[in-house]
Design a binder for this molecule. Structure first.
Ligand code: PLP
Length: 638
């Protein structure tokens, strides 16, 4: 556990149990010892065949814990409630969840359900997200906010106004000045009084990777001059009372409370100015940015961490708003935040399997092979070989390496010219590897091949070099014997993970107990987990090489032998499903192949054509990931 810093990034939800497996503590620090869930047990249960009482799901697998989600929401609310209470703040906190972080039906529905007791709402940034938020909030608290962000056209604005007609507490946040004309026009047409928010471009700038949305040149929001024009136009239309919310977003993963307080303080000044100008202000919406400690360092200087706790964050926000409003004599506004990462990151774990490692066969070269090799070398190459031997006898390591490299290059040149065969090329590779091993400079980092697509499941590693804690979920009572990097299934050299939390370029890993191989049939399984990826990764992931998303199971604590129950199991997209995403028609494709089978099997007797056709049909229904040979529909059919 120490080796993988589990206590740092994992607390309070993940720990290592006495069996050496990762345990999940769904209620955080309130979890009792008997309520911990052994992650390996879930994986075994989900992946065991149905005939053996399992769910028969193939890995990779996303395991969701709704109880963790509930605990995150309650912790956020408690942190603000405590800050409000202890600072004598005169209004309440009510957050919204930005659905873009994970639009999954169960995630959104759970957040609405768990948050309805404290008016928790949703934030949408596009038309489909708005439709999703509108329908979900029909089951939420009537006071819950529905914050409409993002670039908007007439249809988006009409939808938001319809939501208001449906008594959903909807706020249209102006991201661009031009949106106001459409809001005024359509609200008059639909005879509905809008609630309007303005997104301010703050001067405060977050300089980290996620700060590009902040500062005067940020992508979103209104400049000071634009806000003043919005106020004037609303006044001219007798609608200034509609302007009720001020929104800003400093950027995701805000590193420190000092930057946070700086930004919130600036926004609070704008808020007070809007009150002075006659707007009927009620809410200050501080956007997202509440950070996650991905590497366990709790340091504002690490790109993968932040230097504050949930409570520090809430206290800094409340204090910054209170100070400004008190100084200006302005009534304390309701504080809203749009935390996404901090709410959903912990609640899901991606589990995948390492199926094989790069070969580490000891290089071998026989005296006969060596003789044959030497006979073919040019004089220059032969001289390199002799110099190499002499340096080796005198223990001159650097010289040895130099001649080995030179010899190898000459042999490669000879091979390209056609004067050396493949056997000699293999012999020089083996010779150079023997030299490196003997000198102790060989590259000992192994490549572990994992049954996963990084582009689909960890896109932020590929896209923005974001690091997530990745560790084996079992055998943690056994010292890892090797170091490795992870290479995925895609035919793309970017499909590898070679940077890990703590700045490591490889991960301590255990020897596979027999290579599982691409067929996944030999040896014992070696499972790895990617943690804290519940926000953004599922929503952003693509279908590179047509690998779709993993299967998903939802797990809750239960009395009984397992200590848990799988409440939902959802199969990941099949080959047919992912083909359909690229406009292919799997049904037609199958028909074409079926005719082809019938055409050719009629000429050779056609005895097994039915079995082949059934096998092809199964291939369209199976998942794109590596599966055991025993589940191959085509050979089973044969
Ligand atoms: N609100 C807005 C407007 C955003 O752009 C974002 C993310 O970038 C969020 C909320 C969520 O931020 P986070 O996930 O850092 O809480």
């Amino acid at each position: 556990a120490l080796l993988y810093r589990v206590d740092g990034w994992g607390a309070p939800y993940f720990t290592v149990n006495s069996n050496g497996n990762v345990s999940v503590r769904p209620y955080g620090p309130d979890t009792l010892a008997h309520q911990e869930i052994d992650l390996l047990k879930i994986v075994k249960n989900a992946s065991a065949p149905k005939t053996l009482g399992g769910l028969g799901l193939q890995l990779p697998l996303i395991i969701r814990f709704p109880d963790v989600l509930k605990h995150r929401l309650e912790s956020l609310q408690c942190a603000f409630d405590f800050a409000i209470e202890s600072q004598g703040y005169q209004a309440h906190y009510q957050g919204v969840y930005p659905v873009k972080c994970n639009q999954n039906k169960f995630v959104v529905e759970d957040i609405v359900k768990f948050g309805s007791g404290f008016r928790f709402g949703l934030e949408a940034g596009s038309k489909p997200e708005l439709l999703l938020a509108m329908s979900s909030l029909c089951n939420g608290s009537p006071e819950a906010l529905l914050v409409c962000n993002g670039f908007k056209d007439a249809e988006y604005i009409s939808l938001a106004l319809v939501a208001r007609k449906l008594h959903l507490n909807t706020v249209i946040v102006l991201e661009q000045e031009e949106e106001l004309d459409t809001v005024i026009e359509i609200s008059k047409k639909l005879e509905v009084r809008p609630i309007i928010g303005a997104r301010a471009k703050l001067r405060t700038k977050h300089s980290g990777h996620f700060g590009s949305t902040s500062g005067e040149k940020g992508k979103f929001g209104l400049t000071t001059m634009q806000i003043l024009r919005v106020v004037k136009k609303l006044h001219d239309h007798d609608m200034l009372d509609c302007l009720q919310l001020l929104h800003f977003h400093i950027g995701s993963q805000i590193p420190s409370t000092s930057l946070l307080a700086d930004g919130v303080g600036e926004a609070a000044q704008i808020y007070c100015e809007l009150v002075r100008l006659g707007a009927c202000m009620k809410v200050i919406d501080i956007g997202g940015g509440l950070g996650i400690d991905y590497d366990g360092s709790k340091s504002q200087d690490s790109d993968s961490s932040v230097g504050y706790s949930l409570q520090d964050y809430a206290s800094a926000v409340v204090q910054a708003v209170r100070l400004v409003c008190d100084r200006k004599g302005v009534k304390h506004p309701v504080i809203c935040s749009e935390s996404g990462r901090a709410i959903v990151s912990h609640h899901s774990i991606l589990v995948f399997e390492a199926v094989s490692t790069s070969s580490h066969d000891a290089p071998q070269i026989s005296s006969h092979g060596l003789q044959y090799f030497l006979e073919r070398l040019t004089d220059d190459a032969l001289s390199d070989y002799r110099n190499l031997s002499s340096a080796a006898i005198h223990n001159e390591y650097d010289t040895c390496l130099l001649y080995a490299e030179q010899l190898k290059q000459r042999c490669v040149d000879q091979f390209k010219e056609g004067s050396l065969g493949m056997e000699q090329l293999a012999a020089v590779d083996a010779l150079c590897e023997l030299v490196s091993n003997a000198i102790g400079v060989s590259d000992s980092v192994r490549t572990y091949h994992v049954n996963l697509s990084i582009f689909t499941s960890i896109p932020d590693f590929w896209g923005i070099s974001q690091l997530f804690p990745i560790i084996p979920i079992h055998r943690l009572d056994e010292r890892p014997a090797v170091r490795g990097i992870l290479s995925d299934l895609t035919c793309d050299s970017d499909g590898k993970i070679d940077k890990f939390i703590g700045g490591e370029s490889s991960l301590p890993l255990h020897e596979l107990e027999g290579n599982r191989g691409v067929n996944g049939d030999g040896g014992a399984s070696y499972y790895l987990g990617m943690f804290l990826g519940g926000a953004y990764e599922e929503a952003i992931g693509g279908v590179h090489n047509l690998f779709g998303g993993p299967s998903v199971v939802q797990v809750s604590l239960r009395e009984g032998p397992h200590g848990f129950a799988v409440t939902h199991a959802i199969l990941g997209p099949s080959c047919g499903d992912v083909l359909r995403l690229m406009q292919h028609e799997p049904e037609l494709m199958f028909e074409t192949l079926k005719h082809r089978v019938e055409e050719f099997s009629s000429s050779d007797g056609g005895s097994s054509s039915m079995a082949l056709i059934n096998g092809l049909a199964c291939s369209f229904n199976n998942m794109p990931y590596l599966a055991a040979a025993s589940s191959c529909s085509l050979t089973a059919a044969g």
